[in-house]
Design a protein around this ligand. Sequence first.
Ligand code: GLN
Length: 548
Amino acid sequence: MSAQAKNCKYIFVLGGVMSGVGKGVVTASIGRMFKNRGYNVSAIKIDPYINLDAGTMNPLEHGEVFVTEDRDETDQDVGNYERFLDTDILSLNYMTTGRVYMSVIEKERAMQYKGKCVQVVPHIPLEVIGRIKAAAKKADADVMVIEVGGTVGEYENILFLEAARMMKLDNPDDVAFVLVSFLPIPGHLGEMKTKPTQHAARALNNSGIQPDFIVARGRNELDKPRREKLAFFCWLRSKEHVISAPDVKNIYEIPALFEKQKFSALLGERLKLNFKSGKSHRWDNFVNRMNAADKKVKIAVVGKYFGTGDYTLADSYISVIEAVKHASWANGAQPEMTWIDSEEFEKHPQKIKELCGFSALIVPGGFGSRGIEGIISAIKFARENKIPYLGLCYGMQLATIEFARNVLGLKNANSVEIDAKTHEPIIHINPKQANNVALNRYGGTMRLGAYNCTLTPDTKTAELYKTKKISERHRHRYEFNNVYRKKMESAGMKVAGVNPENDLVEIVEITDHPFFVGTQFHPEFKSRPLSPHPLFMGMVKAAIARNV
Ligand code: GLN
């Protein structure tokens, strides 16, 4: 096992009954409660699939790929942890079955098991424990909250549960288990049922784990009889160890909802934690500000594949949605976001005028050529009609293409991602990346994670960031082609930020416009409720000023 962290307490969050009930938000909220009390908190996400990272998975099926500072492509829950804990979560805090097996196999090849037979048990759980402790040490955590993906009773996560069980056996006072379960209300009965949760607790018992707490997710608040029933049948210490977690309007209210039920004090007692009863009110103040916001901003998000239903959409672009919310609340506004499939503009060009009814337009990241012409016409409309515009990654690249086509008159301007043989490659690819694509080396090879950026003085961007040097997170393969830089600048599209190490264009803006900014990076990954992102702030301010 690797080095021991400083007397860290470990809270495992496990799922029962079904997925999609908000285990990630519960994990993040537990962490926030301890953070509010002044502890150093970090969080870990364990994903049971074989993929080494989330980068090769379809975001419409699996949710957003969240990029960490240190270049990892992780699960969207890691974004929730960063937003709730207001801290960077590193690659070490993310593991998958594939990643765990890969390191065990690499160690075996390097003779690190010293001639032993390497076995699924105990070597895989031991590797998991080593990673958990290394992450706690690196974060210098007092409390580490660990979310195990999937639900109990599944074949896939059994070895992670075994690791948790082994940790508990070693240090019973340092490990607690929280089962997040779902209580359905069948339509024909109209009452909340506890039985599936009882079965989930039994399934967990079969893995040698007794839950210390049950977080009862459901549409409504849990009543007293059901609370008692769950505590009794699931062998909890008292009914207070059942925490009710009804649906809420806003996820950021959950830490307070938990605190009302004394969740952090009970967890602290269970873990024999030197409990700090004091509390910082920064989070509460933010929640109050959020609830008091009464202006409205109407944001249109234009992209492809938006026709797949709200559920997947919200998951695929969660960081963009949250960044818009953070900036809106900080400006006293509630955002109303409308998702527009760009292919609609290709099929019905007159529809583009509908964009006039919005306070601002966002084009988020994306890949491939579907729906691109529709997006470009939306960007043109926003530029010409002075609608505030924020382009994120692909949204920046397409804004430069639009400008080259319609202002510089380079009708064939394109990205080589869309047209490999274009005569005007405004967006091109460097030889290293071209080689990756040619050899099918897709996993983990994009330009990823934090890169420096130097801002150009006297730009709107520099004014918003209030500093000269920034660092932002990336996830893309293609880049702005510097051959076109001078021409674009002299026609009014200014380069507002450049990566100094490689002279890459990172930000463009149009000065003669209320707000028109495109970033090669993804600012949404660094927006936090307690510190909204400067560029989203700029966009929302301009959106409010437009007053539609
Ligand atoms: N497809 C573009 C690229 O790879 C943009 C990627 C993105 O928006 N994340 O460069």
